[in-house]
Design a protein around this ligand. Sequence first.
Ligand code: ADE
Length: 252
Amino acid sequence: MHFEVISLFPEMFNAITQSGITSRAQSRGLYSVEVTNPRDYTQDNHKTVDDRPYGGGPGMVMLVEPLAKAIASAKARIVESGIVPHVIHMSPRGIPLTHQKVMALCEIKGLVILASRYEGVDQRLLDTVVDEEISIGDYVLSGGELPAMVLMDAMIRQLPGALGDADSASEDSFVNGLLDYPHYTRPELYEGLVVPDVLMSGNHAKIREWRLLQSLLLTRAKRPDLLAARSLTKEEARLLQVIDREQEQASS
Ligand code: ADE
């Protein structure tokens, strides 16, 4: 997997390359990243990358030319390794990022990610070189760098060998369309709160069932939209029925 990032703040991406899982994955050669500063593709002494919007209004707009040149050089590096590049612009106007979208993007081996600043970029850049826009949520950040790193982190942890325990990513929230179940570790007793008995039982079938039920209950309470978007397996329907009946009986 190769990432080409276009950003006016290349040093921000040290957050990905210098700590934790994403740093280790890079050292293991699971992905590579190059950050290009569009300022290096300006022609004037001031290295201008933005200008006032035609039609007036607040803020500045990023110039099409330095961005187009920076993206062209990034794409050329990907093409050199025989991969077809895909260009993403991080933008609150984009389609929302989901687990499914992360997995789909992992299939593409060369991504160019444009992290823009200011009020936006000249529409002609989006019309000519950007393949898709992706949003990380319905709020506006000061730039696309953090969204780009969110996308990269979510993808990198899915690369085979990125996580210490091979099963960690397959048990994450959203993988089966449900939120993650509660986790416990030592001590057994904390401020009067105990670890659920079933987790101490050593009965792996019961533990798996308990975790699935907790995932279902949490998802139903906090994210009913996720449950509505998928059908329940027979086992899931049975587990919910049992708990609902128990609760009905307790309240009557
Ligand atoms: N740039 C600024 N805000 C953003 C968001 N919410 N998602 C993606 N890119 C952005």
